[in-house]
Design a protein. Structure first.
Length: 334
């Protein structure tokens, strides 16, 4: 039995609730097209369960790629399909936590699900890029015969380069999630958990500053950070203070905060020289904000929707890891 088949067998008892959660997340991410997004998320997840039961997920990936090719040929995007795939990864985490008592089993299930999501997203992108490349070839042939088609050719080239850049960025995000989950799955010390997470994200993604902070019993933020050389903070260190700035806003709103130009945001706290853009994703447990992930970059507008989705998945895993650490500490004391 494949790892993915085991994952969906573990999720089968939670199938109705998982369908509702994934549909709700997809609808929330598609303003103006909520009904389409919700219906597509439900249908996509139902197909996943059916194909996983037959251990035939490769056929599903191929079918989705064919549908993406047809959409590209008809001039339609795969935005809703991508949202449905991303919604599954986010919605499945709490049910996987309930289904797996072992941290190793949970880590394996998360990795298997992340790899499946990555393959599905890559297949959609590859199908659209193939169609884009075909259109680009046609545009080049037409441009050779008509000078006025030069502008169209230039636009097609730009679109292809942007697609390649997004594909590479998504692959880096999937690799980051896999490596962080592998690294921290067995860590039961909260300080080391925060330090390893901050260090690995900063090293893999090259952000100027990454911090993992949590609220202590007195409502003070404590945590660990990692920074690159040349920004005054060169190695992992301890962060402490009251919730303020963009972190404080993310905790109050219990929602991600993405600022493409920090100098235009009155809540930006200037503690890392050279920061031009910032993303803060709260750690949410039982509806309450217990901490945050803080990313700062020397590049303007360096964080997009894919970054937010990846950070939210990582935040959910961190919340589960902190919960395991607390349970372990409580058990040790008893």
């Amino acid at each position: 039995m494949s790892d993915l088949r085991r994952v969906f067998e573990a999720l089968q008892p939670f199938r109705p609730a998982l369908l509702e959660s994934a549909a709700r997340l997809a609808a929330a991410a598609a303003p103006g097209r909520e009904g389409e997004a919700e219906a597509l998320a439900r249908a996509s997840l139902d197909r996943l369960f059916d194909h996983a039961r037959d251990d035939d997920l490769e056929a599903l990936v191929a079918q989705e790629a064919e549908a993406a090719t047809r959409a590209a040929q008809e001039g339609r995007t795969t935005q809703l399909q991508r949202l449905a795939i991303q919604a599954l990864s986010r919605a499945a985490l709490p049910f996987l936590i309930q289904a797996h008592a072992s941290r190793d089993e949970l880590a394996e299930a998360l990795l298997a699900l992340d790899e499946l999501s990555g393959r599905r997203l890559t297949a959609l992108l590859a199908a659209q890029e193939t169609e884009l490349a075909r259109r680009l070839a046609e545009a080049e042939d037409q441009a050779a015969r008509a000078e006025e088609r030069a502008v169209e050719l230039s636009r097609a080239n730009d679109g292809l380069r942007r697609s390649e850049s997004r594909s590479q960025h998504r692959a880096e995000q999937i690799a980051l999630l896999s490596s962080v989950v592998h690294r921290i799955a067995g860590i039961l010390d909260p300080e080391r958990l925060m330090e390893e997470t901050a260090r690995m994200i900063q090293a893999r993604m090259g952000h100027s500053y990454v911090a993992v902070v949590v609220l202590d019993d007195e409502g003070v933020l404590v945590g660990r950070w990692a920074g690159k050389g040349g920004v005054s903070r060169r190695s992992a260190g301890r962060a402490q203070g009251p919730p303020a700035g963009l972190i404080g806003r993310a905790l109050r709103k219990r929602a991600p905060q993405v600022v493409p130009d920090v100098h235009r945001d009155p809540d930006f706290h200037r503690d890392v020289p050279g920061t031009l853009s910032e993303m803060v994703v709260p750690l949410i447990e039982l509806g309450e904000a217990i901490g945050a992930l803080d990313f700062q970059s020397e590049l303007p507008a360096n964080f997009d929707l894919d970054d937010v989705v990846s950070a939210e998945v990582l935040a959910e895993f961190l919340v589960a890891a902190f919960r395991n650490a607390r349970l372990h500490a409580s058990g040790s004391r008893n």
